[in-house]
Design a protein. Structure first.
Length: 192
């Protein structure tokens, strides 16, 4: 989903600022509406970062626990979705560090219910190699490539989410793309 689609999706929530204000005052219905509006995208993002469905469910739950624990600190300086995604990325990267491993062998990223159906024009072996190459990236580079190239965030937004400079996001993306090119070099020449 592109960033423009993200804005449209977020705008489907009736007056999100009003819902945030109500939820900050303890309104459970408003909190539930905010959760319902964002949980699918957060799940997709977390799943792409960790590569394991069970772990993703746990990390999404942890994300929303943290979101609602810290809701009083949301000042509206960024979009609510950006703030929630920053928390999701932080929770996910911390969860991965805590376990001291990346889950390997997620058979198919298409397990996540909201991911688009695979294209018939892409070789399944190439898709598997790309998936494995993304999983092998260092955490920061992996997050940058997923947030920029898959989720459609700008480097400024990624910097805000990850607490890094915009230039660091660009450097990580450059590094990630180079690593992916090297990992897929043989597969790409086979396709031609």
């Amino acid at each position: 989903m592109t960033h423009a689609a993200l804005a449209t999706e977020a705008s489907t929530v009736p007056d999100e600022r009003f819902l945030v204000a109500r939820a900050q005052r303890g309104d459970r219905d408003a909190a539930r509406s905010l959760y319902d509006a964002h949980v699918r995208r957060v799940h997709r993002l977390v799943f792409r970062l960790c590569g394991d469905e069970e772990m993703a469910r746990d990390l999404v739950q942890d994300t929303f626990i943290r979101v609602f624990d810290r809701l009083s600190s949301f000042r509206g300086e960024s979009a609510f979705a950006t703030w929630v995604h920053r928390i999701a990325v932080t929770v996910t990267l911390n969860g991965l560090r805590k376990e001291r491993r990346f889950r390997r062998g997620a058979d198919d990223l298409d397990v996540a219910s909201e991911l688009p159906a695979p294209s018939d024009t892409v070789d399944p072996d190439l898709r598997a190699r790309l998936r494995a190459a993304i999983e092998d990236l260092p955490p920061g580079s992996r997050a940058s490539v997923i947030l920029h190239d898959i989720e459609g965030y700008t480097h400024a937004e990624i910097g805000e989410m990850l607490g890094i400079a915009e230039g660091t996001s660009k450097a990580r993306l450059f590094d990630a793309r180079n690593r992916l090119r090297k990992a897929l070099r043989g597969a790409m020449s086979d396709e031609r």
